[in-house]
Design a protein around this ligand. Structure first.
Ligand code: ADP
Ligand code: MG
Length: 662
């Protein structure tokens, strides 16, 4: 085959490629490379079978269009001969009379319109000669250019077995040049893409789809052209070639097909298997009839959508009619006339094989896609390669990527989702901790400040009340009051000390406490107006718990005071004490104004208060929060400030471990 003008035949339209790997799967020679998740055709490896253009549902694989080159040839030359492949009845089913079809081609500017099928007639005779003479022991048919490229590129050791016979197209090109002059330009029209690169002896090759485009551009309709028949030499049985089982059958040699000396295989899987077997089993006198497509009628240059059965039917009908009307004598005369034409063809070794990588490298890649053991080799084919091993080899050869492995990609995705989830959770809890520690830090600063300022005046109060007490007469009633002042000042000092502790090292001074008594005490210490009803619901089963009594008392009194202050017009204050085996739960609930949604996020912030100047300090809840945290407890708030949503009110719930410090 002489194809010096070997052009790139298939291209990827990048925008349309959705990386489904259908083209990788269908490519018989793995000439499609996936790079950065984009499919790319490697021209050197491509055999032009056009399978990928058929299987790509997105239209992302397109073949080289040469219509404009044909138009240029027509414009620049007088004698341009169209040679039409015998599969045309399978494509142009809407044209009833083939003479109209010929007329339309002439209208495009072709001086002659001939049938490639006559070339098939001649070539079939050459095959028959080989067969009759037993001249070659083993042979592979050379009529399908994609097959010839396949052998030349990937089975160079079989090039010698390729029949040294021209394809029907090249044979016909030689015949028409013999008949109509060597200076004639020849354009092939057929169902095949590989023909575009097959031979320099044909000036251009277009597909039936491109021919349709040319018809459309000139608005050519069957009914508007002068019908005429093909120019001589007219074809005979060669017309059946597109639906026969190869040229030998076209030449009426069928016994050997039955005797299994002739193996016929078509389609991308079958032809490769047949070649493999042919290579390995060295049967004598075996002939391989190979077609890359499932017959030329299923070629990639046919309009999509036609069924194989219908196409076969259309070709058969045409051939039947043709043979009924064939002037057999005339045909025989033509056969004799062109018998002297040289139909031989040489084939070259053009080795495009890539060396197999080292076994160690393959194993390494397999491990990197999670296929450490044989049982992990799912061989699911989702990547486009038949086996995981083939995929790994392709990765090393730079043709494929790890991510093409679906199980691997899914696993990676799961891992990423999991990692994302973990880091999200971490982020949320870190944020929460940060917020709390910010609050605690400001609490600490605040407490330290207050404690420092209060310590001295408290010392003075204690000292002077003690002096006053000593100076007062033995049974002066004022002594009782002074006792109270001393006692309360001492309590204040303890709290202040506690605050300083909190600021410095967050310490609690735990002691076993009866929570029922403790709560009763806290309720008694808060001043409540008449119009507030207080209810203590005690459901505790085991009242003893370890708390820092001074600090926990501050928690309770602060919460109770807030509740009372939220009910200026009266209402009910309900305190509930509950426990579990390990926890004490206290809830303080009021039917007051409630806390608005906007205020809710600020209530634990130091100095936040909604109470009037001189009334609130905004220090209660931050202190409560700090103390509860030091008891390793939790504080929750539920509140409704909108009467439209039901009764207003607030509930603070604190819980802390019962046995803290044990
Ligand atoms: P203060 O009582 O000095 O205002 P707190 O820190 O105790 O400071 O409370 C902060 C704010 O939280 C209050 O000003 C009030 O707006 C709101 N608040 C606290 N408890 C209640 C409650 N039981 N009902 C309504 N609002 C409350
Ligand atoms: Mg308060």
């Amino acid at each position: 085959m002489s194809h010096s003008k070997r052009k790139q035949l298939v291209f990827t339209v990048k925008d349309k490629c959705r990386v489904c790997f259908a083209c990788v799967r269908e490519c018989p020679v793995k000439a499609i490379k996936i790079i950065r998740s984009q499919a790319e055709v490697i021209n050197e490896r491509c055999i032009g079978c056009g399978n990928c253009t058929i299987v790509c549902s997105q239209g992302a694989k397109v073949f080289l269009k040469t219509e404009s080159d044909v138009k240029q040839i027509l414009a620049e030359n007088e004698k341009v001969i169209a040679i039409v492949a015998p599969s045309f009845p399978a494509e142009f089913t809407e044209i009833e009379d083939h003479r109209q079809f010929v007329g339309m081609i002439r209208e495009l500017g072709f001086s002659h319109v001939c049938e490639v099928a006559f070339g098939a007639d001649m070539v079939a005779r050459e095959y028959r000669k080989i067969h009759d003479n037993h001249s070659t022991d083993r042979s592979i048919s050379s009529d399908c250019p994609a097959i010839v490229f396949f052998i030349e590129h990937y089975h160079p050791n079989l090039v010698d077995t390729l029949a040294q016979i021209a394809s029907p197209m090249v044979a016909m090109a030689r015949i028409v040049r013999t008949k109509y002059g060597a200076d004639s330009k020849v354009v092939f029209i057929g169902p095949c893409i590989a023909k575009k690169a097959e031979s320099d002896e044909v000036d251009e090759a277009i597909t039936f789809m491109e021919l349709r485009n040319l018809f459309a551009q000139l608005n050519l309709k069957p009914e508007n052209v002068v019908p005429s028949d093909f120019d001589p030499p007219q074809a005979g049985k060669g017309s059946i070639f597109p639906v026969s089982r190869g040229l030998l059958q076209t030449a009426n040699i069928s016994e050997d097909i039955i005797n299994e000396n002739v193996i016929v295989a078509s389609g991308r899987v079958n032809f490769r298997e047949a070649v493999k077997e042919f290579e390995n089993e060295k049967n004598e006198r075996q002939h391989l009839e190979l077609l890359c497509c499932r017959g030329c009628i299923m070629g990639p240059g046919m309009s999509p959508g036609g069924s194989r059965y219908n196409r076969r039917q259309n070709v058969s009908n045409f051939v039947r009619k043709k043979l009924e009307n064939l002037d057999f004598e005339e045909w025989q005369k033509n056969i004799d006339e062109f018998s002297s034409v040289d139909f031989s063809e040489q084939h070259e070794v053009r080795d495009r094989r890539i060396d197999l990588p080292d076994e160690a490298d393959i194993t390494k890649i397999l491990q990197s896609i999670g296929k450490a053991e044989l049982k992990d080799h799912l061989n699911c084919g989702a990547c486009g390669y038949d086996t995981c091993r083939e995929h790994a080899i392709a990765i090393i050869q730079g043709l494929a990527e790890n991510e093409m492995c679906l199980p691997y990609a899914i696993e990676k995705l799961h891992e990423s989702v999991e990692e994302l989830h973990v880091s999200n959770t971490n982020l949320a809890s870190t944020r929460q901790a940060l917020k709390q520690s910010e609050k605690l830090a400001s609490m600490g600063q605040l407490s330290a400040g207050i404690a420092h300022e209060l310590n001295n005046p408290l010392g003075v109060i204690t000292m002077y009340s003690n002096i006053l007490k000593e100076e007062a007469p033995e049974n002066d009633p004022i002594r009782k009051d002074l006792d109270l002042i001393v006692e309360q000042a001492a309590r204040c000092k303890k709290i202040v000390g506690g605050l300083l502790n909190f600021a410095r090292k967050n310490q609690v001074n735990l002691s076993p406490t009866n929570m029922t008594d403790f709560l009763n005490q806290s309720i008694a210490s808060v001043i409540k107006p008449e119009n507030i009803e207080v209810k203590f619901e005690n459901r505790i089963k085991q009242p003893m718990a370890n708390v820092d009594q001074d600090q926990m008392m501050q928690v309770l009194t602060n919460l109770e005071k807030n509740a009372v202050e939220a009910m200026p017009d009266g209402g009910s204050l309900k305190i509930t004490l509950e426990d579990t085996k390990d926890e004490i739960i206290i809830s303080i609930s009021d039917s007051g104004t409630g806390i608005s949604k906007e205020n809710m996020e600020h209530i634990f912030t130091p100095f936040f208060t909604t109470k009037g100047l001189g009334k609130g300090t905004g220090l209660g809840l931050p202190l409560v929060y700090g103390i509860v945290k030091m008891h390793q407890g939790k504080i929750d708030v539920k509140s409704n400030a909108d009467p439209g949503q039901g009764a207003t009110g607030t509930t603070f719930i604190i819980n802390f471990p019962r046995n803290l410090g044990e």
